[in-house]
Design a protein around this ligand. Sequence first.
Ligand SMILES: Nc1ncnc2c1ncn2[C@@H]1O[C@H](COP(=O)(O)OP(=O)(O)OP(=O)(O)O)[C@@H](O)[C@H]1O
Length: 122
Amino acid sequence: MMKDFVKSFTFALAGIWYVFRTQRNMQVHFTAALLAVTVSLFLRLSPLEWGLVFFAIFMVILTECINTAIEAVVNLVSPEFHPLAKIAKDCAAGAVLLAAISSLVVAYLILWPKIIILFFSH
Ligand SMILES: Nc1ncnc2c1ncn2[C@@H]1O[C@H](COP(=O)(O)OP(=O)(O)OP(=O)(O)O)[C@@H](O)[C@H]1O
Protein backbone atom coordinates (compact mmCIF):
# COMPACT_ATOMS: atom_id res chain seq x y z
CA MET A 1 0.00 0.00 0.00
CA MET A 2 2.68 2.48 1.12
CA LYS A 3 4.99 1.12 -1.59
CA ASP A 4 2.30 1.75 -4.25
CA PHE A 5 1.88 5.30 -2.99
CA VAL A 6 5.64 5.97 -3.16
CA LYS A 7 5.75 4.44 -6.66
CA SER A 8 2.88 6.62 -7.92
CA PHE A 9 4.50 9.66 -6.34
CA THR A 10 7.80 8.86 -8.09
CA PHE A 11 6.03 8.49 -11.47
CA ALA A 12 4.24 11.81 -10.93
CA LEU A 13 7.53 13.56 -10.10
CA ALA A 14 9.15 11.98 -13.17
CA GLY A 15 6.30 13.43 -15.27
CA ILE A 16 6.78 16.92 -13.86
CA TRP A 17 10.55 16.64 -14.35
CA TYR A 18 10.01 15.51 -17.98
CA VAL A 19 7.83 18.57 -18.66
CA PHE A 20 10.39 20.86 -17.04
CA ARG A 21 13.29 19.28 -18.97
CA THR A 22 11.69 19.23 -22.40
CA GLN A 23 9.29 22.17 -22.59
CA ARG A 24 10.85 25.59 -23.00
CA ASN A 25 7.52 27.18 -22.01
CA MET A 26 7.65 25.38 -18.68
CA GLN A 27 11.09 26.88 -18.00
CA VAL A 28 9.69 30.33 -18.82
CA HIS A 29 6.68 29.73 -16.50
CA PHE A 30 8.97 28.52 -13.74
CA THR A 31 11.23 31.57 -14.01
CA ALA A 32 8.18 33.87 -13.96
CA ALA A 33 6.84 32.01 -10.91
CA LEU A 34 10.15 32.39 -9.05
CA LEU A 35 10.17 36.09 -9.90
CA ALA A 36 6.54 36.51 -8.72
CA VAL A 37 7.26 34.73 -5.41
CA THR A 38 10.45 36.76 -4.85
CA VAL A 39 8.64 40.05 -5.52
CA SER A 40 5.70 38.91 -3.32
CA LEU A 41 8.08 38.35 -0.39
CA PHE A 42 8.69 42.12 -0.34
CA LEU A 43 5.02 43.07 -0.63
CA ARG A 44 3.55 41.79 2.66
CA LEU A 45 0.75 39.74 1.11
CA SER A 46 -2.16 38.50 3.21
CA PRO A 47 -2.70 34.71 3.42
CA LEU A 48 -5.55 35.00 0.90
CA GLU A 49 -3.34 36.97 -1.51
CA TRP A 50 -0.56 34.36 -1.16
CA GLY A 51 -3.17 31.69 -1.87
CA LEU A 52 -4.26 33.45 -5.07
CA VAL A 53 -0.65 33.93 -6.23
CA PHE A 54 0.15 30.22 -5.64
CA PHE A 55 -3.12 29.15 -7.24
CA ALA A 56 -2.29 31.19 -10.35
CA ILE A 57 1.24 29.71 -10.50
CA PHE A 58 -0.01 26.13 -10.10
CA MET A 59 -2.74 26.62 -12.72
CA VAL A 60 -0.10 27.51 -15.31
CA ILE A 61 2.23 24.67 -14.34
CA LEU A 62 -0.52 22.06 -14.23
CA THR A 63 -2.04 23.09 -17.57
CA GLU A 64 1.47 22.84 -19.09
CA CYS A 65 1.74 19.27 -17.70
CA ILE A 66 -1.65 18.34 -19.17
CA ASN A 67 -0.74 20.04 -22.47
CA THR A 68 2.45 17.95 -22.69
CA ALA A 69 0.51 14.77 -21.89
CA ILE A 70 -2.05 15.55 -24.64
CA GLU A 71 0.75 16.33 -27.13
CA ALA A 72 2.43 13.00 -26.36
CA VAL A 73 -0.81 11.02 -26.85
CA VAL A 74 -1.64 12.90 -30.06
CA ASN A 75 1.87 12.27 -31.43
CA LEU A 76 1.48 8.59 -30.55
CA VAL A 77 -1.97 8.17 -32.06
CA SER A 78 -1.68 10.58 -34.97
CA PRO A 79 1.89 11.35 -36.06
CA GLU A 80 0.46 12.37 -39.46
CA PHE A 81 -1.56 15.57 -39.90
CA HIS A 82 -5.18 15.12 -38.83
CA PRO A 83 -7.82 17.81 -38.20
CA LEU A 84 -8.78 16.15 -34.88
CA ALA A 85 -5.13 16.06 -33.80
CA LYS A 86 -4.99 19.77 -34.54
CA ILE A 87 -8.11 20.42 -32.43
CA ALA A 88 -6.67 18.43 -29.49
CA LYS A 89 -3.31 20.22 -29.56
CA ASP A 90 -4.79 23.68 -30.14
CA CYS A 91 -7.30 23.26 -27.28
CA ALA A 92 -4.57 22.03 -24.93
CA ALA A 93 -2.40 25.01 -25.86
CA GLY A 94 -5.46 27.24 -25.35
CA ALA A 95 -5.80 25.96 -21.78
CA VAL A 96 -2.20 27.00 -21.02
CA LEU A 97 -2.82 30.41 -22.58
CA LEU A 98 -5.96 30.95 -20.45
CA ALA A 99 -4.07 29.98 -17.28
CA ALA A 100 -1.22 32.34 -18.19
CA ILE A 101 -3.70 35.18 -18.78
CA SER A 102 -5.38 34.50 -15.42
CA SER A 103 -1.99 34.65 -13.69
CA LEU A 104 -1.33 38.03 -15.35
CA VAL A 105 -4.71 39.22 -14.04
CA VAL A 106 -3.76 38.08 -10.51
CA ALA A 107 -0.40 39.87 -10.81
CA TYR A 108 -2.12 43.03 -12.05
CA LEU A 109 -4.82 43.03 -9.34
CA ILE A 110 -2.72 41.90 -6.34
CA LEU A 111 0.97 42.61 -6.94
CA TRP A 112 0.89 45.70 -9.13
CA PRO A 113 -0.98 48.05 -6.71
CA LYS A 114 1.42 47.04 -3.90
CA ILE A 115 4.46 47.62 -6.12
CA ILE A 116 3.15 51.11 -6.95
CA ILE A 117 2.57 51.89 -3.24
CA LEU A 118 6.06 50.60 -2.36
CA PHE A 119 7.66 52.91 -4.94
CA PHE A 120 5.60 56.00 -4.08
CA SER A 121 6.06 55.61 -0.32
CA HIS A 122 9.84 56.18 -0.69
N1 LIG B 1 -0.62 15.62 -36.01
C1 LIG B 1 -1.07 16.88 -36.19
N2 LIG B 1 -2.16 17.09 -36.94
C2 LIG B 1 -2.64 18.35 -37.14
N3 LIG B 1 -2.08 19.46 -36.63
C3 LIG B 1 -1.01 19.33 -35.87
C4 LIG B 1 -0.42 18.04 -35.60
N4 LIG B 1 0.67 18.21 -34.82
C5 LIG B 1 0.75 19.54 -34.59
N5 LIG B 1 -0.24 20.22 -35.21
C6 LIG B 1 -0.47 21.69 -35.19
O1 LIG B 1 0.76 22.34 -34.91
C7 LIG B 1 0.65 23.07 -33.68
C8 LIG B 1 1.96 22.92 -32.93
O2 LIG B 1 2.15 21.56 -32.64
P1 LIG B 1 3.35 21.03 -31.80
O3 LIG B 1 3.22 19.57 -31.58
O4 LIG B 1 4.62 21.53 -32.41
O5 LIG B 1 2.99 21.79 -30.48
P2 LIG B 1 3.90 22.75 -29.65
O6 LIG B 1 3.00 23.36 -28.64
O7 LIG B 1 4.66 23.66 -30.57
O8 LIG B 1 4.81 21.60 -29.07
P3 LIG B 1 6.20 21.69 -28.35
O9 LIG B 1 5.85 22.01 -26.94
O10 LIG B 1 6.73 20.30 -28.56
O11 LIG B 1 7.00 22.77 -29.07
C9 LIG B 1 -0.54 22.43 -32.94
O12 LIG B 1 -1.13 23.34 -32.03
C10 LIG B 1 -1.45 22.08 -34.10
O13 LIG B 1 -2.16 23.22 -34.55
